[in-house]
Design a protein around this ligand. Structure first.
Ligand code: 5GP
Ligand code: ZN
Length: 110
């Protein structure tokens, strides 16, 4: 079982900031901004493309959870990102939406 499957299943004790039948969200271990939350499907998909192909309702819920969390945290601007594939910086191969906020962000990204 992958690390995010273990987190979603409760095998690794984790404080969920958002939780539903299909989705959980929790703080990133190595935050890249004052607010850095990972929003994941409970079910294992390798990346966002696999999730989009298989379960668009859950994909949509990830974005809804990001909106709710950003509002709860009072983020005036934020970035949401799926790193998809190793060349784009993906290091955990269980689909996850990054929610980053609390500081300005540059464009283009690195
Ligand atoms: P990626 O590089 O795949 O887009 O993002 C993976 C993210 O997961 C990284 O930001 C990394 O810090 C985070 N991460 C990796 N392992 C763990 C873990 O065991 N717990 C938590 N909370 N975050 C993790
Ligand atoms: Zn997994």
């Amino acid at each position: 079982m992958c690390i995010f499957c273990k987190i979603a299943a409760g095998e690794i004790p984790t404080n969920f900031l958002y939780e539903s039948a299909r989705v959980v969200a929790f703080k990133d271990l190595d935050p890249q901004a004052p607010a850095h939350i990972l929003i994941i499907p409970r079910q294992h998909f390798e990346n966002a493309a696999e999730l989009a192909a298989a379960d668009s309702a859950t994909l949509s819920e990830l974005f809804g959870a990001a909106r709710e969390l950003a509002a709860t945290l009072g983020l005036d601007g934020y970035r949401i990102t799926f790193n998809t594939g190793a060349s784009a910086g993906q290091s955990v191969f269980h689909a996850h939406l990054h929610l980053l906020g609390g500081r300005p962000f540059a464009w283009p990204p690195g």
